[in-house]
Write a protein that binds this ligand. Structure first.
Ligand code: MN
Ligand code: MN
Length: 255
């Protein structure tokens, strides 16, 4: 169950309102990487989670994201306040000013409605946790950019708080992923095809008529990848059916 405490998780104070900046803040209110998307993604994943400990982590962080939504909504509202009365301010966000009366609503900065399509919910813990780590990384970089676009110290402080918490969440999701005890490439139950899994397809080979010098990174080979040059021109190099001997036998039989 949820309980609303009538106090912000972080007290927001701003200097002069900046309606254009208020519009940018809506990315973190009703945008793809925003707080509602984070809250709903983790809460719905938590609802579906059978592991009681991981479920708790997902519900805890999902609930904190709702508290972030409250902070970012309050902050955006403060910056958008002049759109209630000033024609010039209203031009910063006509949708907010005309349809919403100067208050926030679940749209991004371009006026696109929030959508459940933003959410990644797979029902597989090692997949969901990776989606969450990526979501936190996106939220972090959006906050960083927002901080770079305001000179208002109170606004910067609130955004710094929110940005920091996203790194904390990222750390928690990374540790939860480690705790599953699966290898970094173990997703689901079925193993990948041996041989094929270690082949790096160099799909941009050729200099001459094919263009500039090839730039396949040294790490691809150094870290156990077997380089296959231009598989489109020699598909027999692709280990499609597993280890080489088995593959040859199967192909011979098929002819
Ligand atoms: Mn957040
Ligand atoms: Mn977060």
């Amino acid at each position: 169950m949820y309980h609303h405490v009538k106090q912000l998780m972080y007290t927001v104070k701003i200097g002069d309102p900046d309606p254009r900046f208020g519009n940018m803040l809506l990315e973190q209110f009703g945008g793809a990487n925003g707080e509602l998307a984070a809250a709903m993604q983790y809460s719905v994943q938590g609802l579906n989670c059978d592991d009681p400990e991981l479920k708790d982590v997902l519900m805890d962080i999902g609930t904190e994201e709702l508290s972030h939504l409250e902070i970012i909504g309050t902050l955006a509202r403060m910056h958008l306040k002049p759109t209630k009365t000033s024609r010039k301010a209203a031009e910063a966000d006509p949708l907010v000013a005309i349809a919403g009366g100067g208050g926030v609503n679940l749209y991004n900065s371009q006026g696109s409605a929030w959508t459940a399509d933003y959410l990644k919910v797979s029902g597989q813990p090692e997949v969901d946790l990776r989606s969450n780590i990526a979501a936190e990384a996106r939220a972090k970089i959006v906050y960083e950019r927002l901080i770079g676009f305001t000179d208002d110290q109170g606004t910067k402080d609130a955004l710094q708080f929110l940005m920091t918490r996203e790194i904390t969440h990222m750390k928690a999701f990374m540790q939860a992923l480690d705790n599953l005890g699966k290898g970094p490439l173990e997703i689901g139950a079925l193993p990948p095809t041996p041989g094929l899994v270690d082949q790096f397809f160099n799909d941009s080979t050729g200099e001459d008529q094919y263009g500039a010098a090839d730039k396949t990174p040294a790490w691809a080979v150094a870290n156990g990848f077997k380089l296959v040059d231009s598989p489109a021109f020699h598909p027999q190099e692709m280990e499609l059916d597993g280890p080489a001997p088995a593959r040859k036998a199967k192909r011979a039989g098929a002819r």
